[in-house]
Design a protein around this ligand. Structure first.
Ligand code: F3S
Length: 391
């Protein structure tokens, strides 16, 4: 491949993988069965990124394994309603078309595991998108490093990844026990747990894989919120929860122990909530990570027969939205004046300067709303976010 047997793009992709493998002292390349590519929003990619992708496509790059795509900067079918400008839309569509030309499925979602890109336990994959990486490693027990856009694309075009990091069983051992001494409920609590653990680990300035005890149950929706938060605030790509995640049964709890109380969770919530004037809360968003069908049903139920008073984006994957359309949830949400958008989210859409403050249940969205878009943030529970949209 490196010598150009399969064309220039594959050769370039192999170059990227060999450079990575050399840096991390990988002993060989592993076959992967799926890839998830980040670096899709034109807001982040810009012209240089689009040029690189076009070159790869024009040089014959073709995905060899199931490959899905992260969210883009707009709903590709309904970008006008999100207030996206036409010039941006043209460039964003070019990015998606270039990926599609390479055989990448333009799912434009960060929750590929909810609709068809679902690796099983022990499967080697190459995923970018930190929340999905954390979910795949921890909840599914698949094996991936935290790839960047170019290395995930390189894995897609070659079907390989260097054998290092979290592909090696010995690097998946937990290093720190976290005892959670309080009950957690809902996406905000689990997001706050990610903030607490992430910050604790960051403050120790060593890499750690937490082994979490004391959580008796956690839904898929809560786990995806936790994954997004832990990856954002602690840079983590793997955790184990006793009794819930698959590898928790094969490792003992480490002797280094931290405890977390309700006060820790509450102070994580407090730390994200800025003092805000009522007129500074002009944007409401649910869907970071992309909402599941179950969550969309909850939004529809709470909005039925009502009218929202603020801009309210509910973001999800297009396949999930299609089922929501069939179930009538989309009509209910739209009749209430909210927008059920596919393909994008409140972080990767180009909305800097459009709003003053965001209300969300997502700790990850809080982080990027403040750092990327300069929004003030209010971090509420899922139901409270919907209530806030109605005020
Ligand atoms: Fe997904 Fe966008 Fe959040 S990509 S995890 S919804 S920042």
């Amino acid at each position: 491949m490196l010598e150009g047997r399969d064309g220039k793009a594959t050769s370039k992709a192999m170059e990227i993988l060999l450079a990575l493998g050399t840096i991390y002292e990988a002993d060989r390349l592993l076959p992967v069965t799926s890839a998830q590519i980040s670096g899709v929003s034109f807001d982040n990619l810009g012209n240089a990124g689009l040029e690189f992708l076009s070159e790869m496509a024009n040089n014959g790059g073709k995905a060899r394994v199931l490959t899905t795509l992260n969210p883009a900067g707009m709903d590709v079918e309904n970008w006008q309603e999100l207030g996206i400008d036409a010039a941006f839309a043209v460039n964003q569509q070019r990015v998606i078309d270039v990926y599609a030309k390479m055989g990448v499925i333009p799912t434009c979602s960060c929750t590929p595991y909810l609709f068809g890109n679902l690796p099983h336990y022990g499967e080697h994959i190459a995923w970018a998108e930190s929340s999905a990486v954390c979910y795949a490693n921890s909840v599914l027990g698949a094996r991936t490093n935290r790839e960047g856009g170019p290395s995930a694309l390189a894995a897609a075009l070659t079907g390989k990844t260097p054998n290092y990091g979290l592909h090696l069983p010995e690097n998946r051992r937990p290093t720190l026990t976290v005892r959670v001494q309080t009950a957690l409920t809902g996406t905000r609590d689990f997001g706050a747990l990610g903030v607490s653990i992430g910050r604790m680990i960051e403050s120790r300035q060593t890499k750690a894989i937490p082994y979490i005890q004391g959580i008796l149950e956690a839904s898929v929706d809560e786990l995806k919120s936790f994954c997004a938060s832990l990856a954002t605030y602690g840079g983590l790509a793997l955790f184990h929860i006793q009794g819930i995640t698959p590898e928790s049964t094969i490792f003992p709890a480490p002797e280094d122990i931290l405890t977390l109380s309700r006060d820790d969770i509450d102070s994580a919530i407090q730390s994200l909530n800025e003092p805000l004037l009522a007129d500074e809360l002009d944007f409401v968003s649910l869907g970071c990570p992309h909402l599941s069908l179950n969550e969309i049903a909850r939004v529809a139920e709470q909005l039925k027969g009502k009218r929202v008073k603020k801009t309210f984006w509910v973001t999800t994957a297009r396949p999930t939205k299609q089922i929501a359309d069939q179930m009538g949830y989309t009509t209910i949400i739209e009749n209430a004046g909210a927008i059920l958008a596919a393909d994008t989210c409140c972080v990767v859409a180009p909305i800097k300067g459009r709003f003053k403050g965001i209300v969300t249940d997502s700790a990850k969205a809080c982080y990027y709303a403040a750092s990327k878009n300069n929004f003030k943030v209010r971090f509420l529970t899922f139901n409270e976010v919907i209530e806030e949209a109605l005020k």
